[in-house]
Design a protein around this ligand. Structure first.
Ligand SMILES: [Zn+2]
Length: 153
């Protein structure tokens, strides 16, 4: 799944569940649960295997998606936190909600390879529920919308 819906769900959990010992593990767990929903994202693994690198279009999508995720995470933390501590908990939840993908980024973007990282990439790929573009974007808009609705509700 794209990083923006992941981040919004992580932010929503930390906004609504005050106890970080509950919200932070949930934020990390939400990553794997959301990847089980049918979704579309750029096919980084296939591009890497077939062409040795990520296409320009996919790279642009990743940069845009990561920027939106970063800005929305900070905005939610700024506007929804009830204390300085809560602010950092929301930021931490955003980070944990995308951590499984951040771990992969050196593999895709810096050409770093290790047996462990390759194993992780293949594991993450195996739990992805990929679908076609239209349906796969719709499910992510619904996920993002639900998270925002929960935050503001
Ligand atoms: Zn993922």
């Amino acid at each position: 799944m794209l990083e923006t819906p992941h981040t919004l769900v992580g932010a929503a959990l930390a906004t609504k569940i005050p106890n970080p010992f509950i919200s932070l593990p949930l934020a990390l767990a939400s990553h794997f649960i959301l990847d089980k929903l049918p979704h579309w994202n750029p096919h980084l693994y296939t591009e890497k295997k077939e062409n040795g690198k990520i296409s320009k279009k996919s790279f642009a999508i990743v940069v845009l998606d990561s920027s939106v995720a970063l800005v929305s995470g900070i905005l939610i933390a700024l506007t929804q936190s009830k204390s300085i501590m809560h602010f950092f908990i929301i930021i931490a939840a955003c980070f944990l909600s995308v951590l499984p993908d951040i771990v992969e980024s050196p593999y895709f973007f810096l050409n770093k390879k290790s047996v462990l990282m390759e194993k992780w990439v293949i594991f993450q790929k195996s739990i992805q529920n990929n679908s076609n573009f239209l349906w796969g974007i719709t499910t992510q808009i619904i996920t993002a919308g639900a998270a925002i609705w929960w935050i503001l509700g």
